[in-house]
Each structure stands twice: as structure tokens, then as C-alpha cells.
Design a binder for this molecule. Sequence first.
Ligand code: FES
Length: 236
Amino acid sequence: MSRSAFTLDGAEVPFDDGQTLIEAARAARRYVPFLCAHPDYPAHGSCRVCTVLVNGRPMAACTTKAAAGQVVESDTPALTADRRALVQMLFVEGNHFCPGCEKSGGCTLQSLGIELGVTSAGFAHESPVRPVDASHPDLLLDFDRCILCELCVRASADVDGKHVFALSGRGLHKHLIVNAESGRLVDTGMSVDDAAASVCPVGVILKKRVGFSTPIGQRPHDVATPRQQVEGKEGA
Ligand code: FES
């Protein structure tokens, strides 16, 4: 592997052949905002939160390969405004009530909203009617919070080998489904120990009997937000 470099907001970032911009930035402890990207899974490129300017052109940092000499901009007022609007759209597209959500304090969408200074919905609430699946003895599914990142789909297929989840429909009608004739999680082979049970970045897949057990101040993103995890800094 050869090492080359690009610049990210003026700082030099080295990369190995084949690395994406976000992988190289992460290795250099430089944070580029993300939602659907996960270091353990191939890039998905669906949320566009990681969009940066590469030599002046908007590109998704999680799917764009690093190349020597690229001039990459991420921390600009315009990109921050775009990310804020994306997060607002995700919030109004589902039913997100952070104070009452078990994932609060460990939700990437919530943390990104706080980081971007999202204080209002910005758009009309869709208020969709979606079911909750409490059929499984150890897991609960709240489809209200799905951001269609497909991490559970990928984890269940690629790591667990079970294909428990899938996305169905197109465009505005795209939604997460359970691969069982009944459509219920209890009728799949899913286990609480599966990778898919722990990979959800929001509050769709929840483990029963552990909700709210971590005190405020000790929850994952109280200890280190996604930015702080990348930059290697602990929270205050
Ligand atoms: Fe890159 Fe979602 S993190 S498109």
C-alpha cells in the first residue's frame, strides 16, 4: 500500500490506496459528519450527511475514494446548513421523541442534531402511522425511528447470515420490513446477541428490559459524541 495525501479543510490527511475520504479522515482523527456510514460495513451512501466538496464538487465522503492532491472542504457554513436541513427532514419524516426514547444519549441522529444546532423541526411533521413490533421476547422494533441506513439489513445478512431485515418499496414509500411471512420479528431466527441487534444508530431496534438503565451523564454519547469518538476526545 502506498501513502498519499489530500487536504481536508486545509489540513493534510494521508491515505492508503482504496480508502474512502471518510475512512482516511477517521484514521487521521478528523471528523466528517455521518449517519449511514459505519467503520465495520461497506459504505451505503444513502443519507448524504457526509457530503463534502471535492475540488469544489459535492461528493459523499463515505463513497468517494481518496486521491492524491484532492482539496476537500467539509466544515463550511453552506455544508453545515445542508446537513442541518437533512437532519430536520429525517426528524419530521418519522416520529422522534428524544426525551422518551430509550436510545436517547446513544442515538447518532440525536447527537448530530445537537451538534448542528437543530432546535426546531424546520419542516411540517409527516407524523406517519407505523407499527411497533413487540413480538420478540428480547427485542422491540419501533419503525417510527428508521432512517433507512440499512445497517441492520447489512449486519443481519453479512455478519449474522440470517437476512432478518430488508427494505421494501421505493422513494417516499421505502420502509424497513422483517423477512417473515407474518412480518413479525418473533418468527425470524433473530437473537439478542446478533450483530443486527446492536447496530441500529437510532432507536428502531431496542433490547428489552435494559431501557433507561444507564444514567444520564453515563450514556454512550454523554461519554463521547460521534465527533469526540473520531477525534479521540472524551466528553466534558
Ligand atoms: Fe455518507 Fe450517509 S454517511 S451518505
